[in-house]
Design a protein around this ligand. Structure first.
Ligand code: FPP
Length: 235
């Protein structure tokens, strides 16, 4: 039997190298990367994926050159608002895996606008990880659970995996079945650390701006061939 593909998560890597190869500024690679995101959404809808998560900006990315960070924030502001009509038309609901602290008012406004306008869409949910860190997400969940225990709302003996999962930014979202990373790098880079426990990984040398519908379908075809055992001997 084929593997179910409910949730695909993507580490969109290689925008900078794509731009450098063409003698362009790094930010131009990121703008080209947005076109690849548009194509990814269409391909994921075609495959009837229910959840699509993309890694847009990690907490560690603040350490990049100011010019690039400012350019990326401007890109998020512009693109996220501009894409709303097309997302609504396609039935894509958007949520953000996001620490709002540290984001500018204009970025926060565009995120809120996008979430509000797409709230009733029901073909697919897209989760955009922006100012995200898997370790920080887990630490925040631990803080919240400890505070609830101090208030007497939960007994520490009752803290199990479900309690932790319910306190993550991905509460109620199934774990990713497939995690794709482009550009030849083979690591998780602080992305969905808890949620990736049994995800299948797919790595490709293709740089993110060149990742098209055929690239996505190749990843899905490979995923379907995998034997998923979840630690057991048989599925
Ligand atoms: C990694 O490539 C890419 C990023 C840090 C940014 C990804 C963002 C987008 C594709 C835009 C998404 C847009 C929206 C609206 C969510 P890199 O810069 O690390 O590339 P390199 O490794 O070649 O330098």
């Amino acid at each position: 039997m084929e593997n179910d593909l409910r949730h695909v998560a993507v580490i969109m890597d290689g925008n900078g190298r794509w731009a450098a190869k063409r003698g362009l500024e790094r930010i131009e690679g990121h703008y080209k990367g947005v076109e690849a995101v548009r194509e990814l959404i269409v391909s994921a809808l075609d495959e009837k994926v229910e959840y699509l998560t993309i890694y847009a900006f990690s907490k560690e990315n603040w350490g990049r050159d100011k010019k690039e960070v400012d350019g990326l924030m401007e890109l998020f502001c512009k693109t996220i608002s501009l894409e709303v009509p097309s997302l609504v038309e396609k039935g894509v609901r958007v949520r953000f895996l996001c620490d709002r602290n540290g984001l500018s008012e204009s970025v926060k406004q565009s995120l809120d606008y996008c979430v509000e306008k797409t709230a009733d869409c029901d073909k697919m949910t897209m989760l955009v990880a922006l100012n995200y860190s898997g370790r920080a997400e887990i630490a925040e969940a631990v803080r919240n659970i400890a505070a609830a225990a101090l208030r007497g709302e939960i007994n520490p003996n009752d803290i199990d995996e479900k309690v932790v999962a319910d306190n993550l930014l991905t509460a109620s979202v199934p774990d990713p079945d497939l995690i794709i990373r482009t550009s030849g790098e083979e690591r998780l880079s602080n992305f969905l650390l808890w949620q990736a426990a049994y995800s299948e990984f797919y790595f490709t040398d293709t740089l993110w701006p060149d990742f098209d519908g055929d690239s996505f379908r190749a990843a899905v075809a490979e995923f379907k061939k995998r034997k998923r055992r979840f630690g057991k001997t048989n599925q």
